[in-house]
Ligand binder design. Structure first.
Ligand code: ZN
Ligand code: ZN
Length: 379
């Protein structure tokens, strides 16, 4: 058997000399990068350089002057533009072999259904809420995701898979308390769940992103046996140069250990009623209820002054301050549900009207079975 040697004229020749490398696999891979800040820039740079064929990036933030010292692709002239869009545009220039798309929205607005289209998800995030969302989405879809985090000169990388410990298993009771406190303000838009400004710098971001993409390459080229931090954390302290790896404990009572038994993906629905009809055909029993991935919030006219229009939308679709009364500033709180009985009149509304993200999933259940169906909204 003759061994095929890499083409010396290939753009990728040097890396193809790595014995287990598989450039074809990388070029046909699809990766979603969640976050286009300091880590996201470095992750995207590495993915583009090694030739990952399809990269999408999402981030709702715009480029500020204080990003320029940490983000390799951002220039003064980009200030005020969306981070994900600029980053995608710049990496496509770095490597014309690849396709790069930027989405100027929070990952929740792409929706869990959108994540089905990727081989792996890379988290370049700065807050727990978004990490918890990505974690839950990946767990339900049976996908791997690679989280990276930095603070000062410290950084960590961890991979969570379809089983074993997940990100939620690593959270303490105090973390949960803080998250549920923030969530209890019913109409907190994603923009309002702001992470504190943590001290970070370019070198730490580069180190962490380098490890993340190195692990992603092993995964994408089917060298899973080389993956070393699944269910574990790689932790780095730049002040002392200490590095260690430790294993996470799986929490048997973790609320995030849920998955879709069956996904009906052959058709995409634009009303919940149509999703229910589709699900009913395979459920083997009468559908009873449907579950959402997000809270469905019904806002009523202001209890204080009576003004404002009633609205029923998913939590992530509410804009900044939209839950407050325009007239008197009081919070317009109504009902909040994550499930509906299938005879609710809401199921006949268009999912775009209900604020569903670009590609979402709803679970339709009977008394014993359940199936997940894809619904398409917008962002
Ligand atoms: Zn867990
Ligand atoms: Zn009012």
């Amino acid at each position: 058997m003759s061994v095929q040697l890499p083409d010396t004229n290939s753009r990728y020749h040097r890396q193809e000399l790595i014995t287990w490398w598989d450039q074809e696999k990388l070029l046909s891979s699809r990766v979603l990068v969640v976050g286009a800040g300091a880590i996201g820039n470095e992750v995207a740079k590495n993915l583009a350089l090694v030739g990952v064929g399809h990269v999408e990036i999402c981030d709702m933030d715009t480029i500020e002057h204080s990003n320029l010292a940490r983000c390799v692709f951002f220039r003064d002239s980009h200030e005020g533009r969306n981070k994900a869009e600029v980053l995608a545009q710049e990496i496509a220039t770095l490597n014309p072999d690849i396709v790069a798309l930027g989405h100027g929205v929070a990952v929740q607005r792409l929706g869990i259904g959108y994540l089905r289209g990727f081989d792996i998800i890379i988290g370049a995030l700065d807050n727990r809420e978004a990490r918890a969302w990505v974690n839950q989405a990946c767990r339900k879809l049976g996908k791997y995701w690679i989280d990276g985090a930095i603070e000062g000169l410290r950084g960590l990388v961890r991979i969570f898979g379809p089983d074993g410990p997940c990100y939620a298993c690593t959270l303490t009771e105090a973390d949960y308390k803080q998250m549920s406190h923030r969530k209890s303000c019913a109409l907190l838009a994603p923009e309002e769940i702001l992470a504190g400004k943590t001290p970070t710098n370019a070198t730490t971001a580069a180190i962490v992103a380098g490890i993340q993409v190195q692990e992603a390459i092993k995964f994408l080229t089917d060298n899973q046996d080389l993956l070393s931090v699944v269910g574990k954390v790689w932790s780095y302290t730049g002040d002392t140069m200490d590095v260690f790896v430790s294993k996470y404990q799986e929490d048997d009572y973790c609320l995030a250990h849920d998955f879709y038994d069956t996904i009906l993906s052959e058709s995409v629905h634009d009303t919940l009623a149509s999703a229910i009809t589709h699900a009913a055909s395979v459920l083997g029993e009468d559908p009873v209820a449907l579950d959402f991935e997000d809270d469905l919030i019904t806002v009523l006219p202001c209890h204080n002054c009576g003004s404002g229009e009633p609205a029923t939308k998913l939590r992530s679709a509410f804009g900044l301050g939209e839950g407050r009364c325009e007239g008197c500033g009081a919070e317009r709180v109504g009902d909040m549900v994550t499930s509906l009985p299938i005879d609710s009149p809401i199921v006949d509304l268009a999912v775009t009207e209900l604020g569903f993200p670009l590609s979402d999933m709803v679970t339709i259940r009977g008394n014993t079975n359940r199936v997940a169906v894809v619904v398409s909204g917008g962002n």
